[in-house]
Design a protein around this ligand. Sequence first.
Ligand SMILES: [Mg+2]
Length: 277
Amino acid sequence: MGMTVDHCGLAPRWRLALLDLDGTLYRGDVPVAGAGEFVERLRKHGVQPVFFTNNATRTPQQVAERLQAMGIKATPQEVCTAAQAAAHWLRQQVGIGSVVAFIGMEGLREALVEEGLQPVHVRDLGDRAALTVRAAAMGLDRHVTYADLAKFCKIVIRLGRFVLTNPDLALPSADGVEPGNGSFGRLVQLVTGVEPTVTGKPEPYFVEYALRRFAALAQETFIVGDNPRTDIAAGRRAGIYTIRVLTGLSEEAGSDLPEPDSVVRSVADLFLDETQG
Ligand SMILES: [Mg+2]
């Protein structure tokens, strides 16, 4: 059963669509049926699609290539990652040129460079250089070691703060779950007693960052995602229209879950009012 975004409420004219990736446009390596056509429908109606992901490991180029490989047209400029939001927040806090110690992969390193910061992975950080560090950032790092975590904790204790790109505790994998960035963030918090600043979903900062970057208003913007605790929560807290799809996370019940403005089975069922644009 189809549903138009206009018929489920709010603005007469949408300009920006924040699209979750895993569970919304694809599942693992398989695109959701009709996802590519949905993204093209948005473009045809003058709505800018933004590929809006908590995954901080990949660069925008890598995210766009992954989407393209699944038949979903995307450019790196249309990708918005929690790593980019973290880097933007850090630049505002500590200023261009600051040395940022990080645990993470290429997605976070590149985002920090793009904001004019000087990222140094903790494993490459000597004791003297550690004294010049102005900020600490943590994203998922599939090669992280005990020595990396120990050094990072020492820096966090000295600074009294750190940024966590996203709080996802576990990630779905082909054969179960794997540790997400949030579980490593909890570890650092337990050891240091320092609570992180989170920049990814469900924090509204991530949505606000996207609105500024794409010069759109909250009332012109909607978010589509499968996860009530991250996608829908972030959208609600930032005051944008929220649409839940059922192609990702298995049904989770609970009265504490944030309620979306509307629910559709899949993005294939989501249409914009044909009178628009
Ligand atoms: Mg998802």
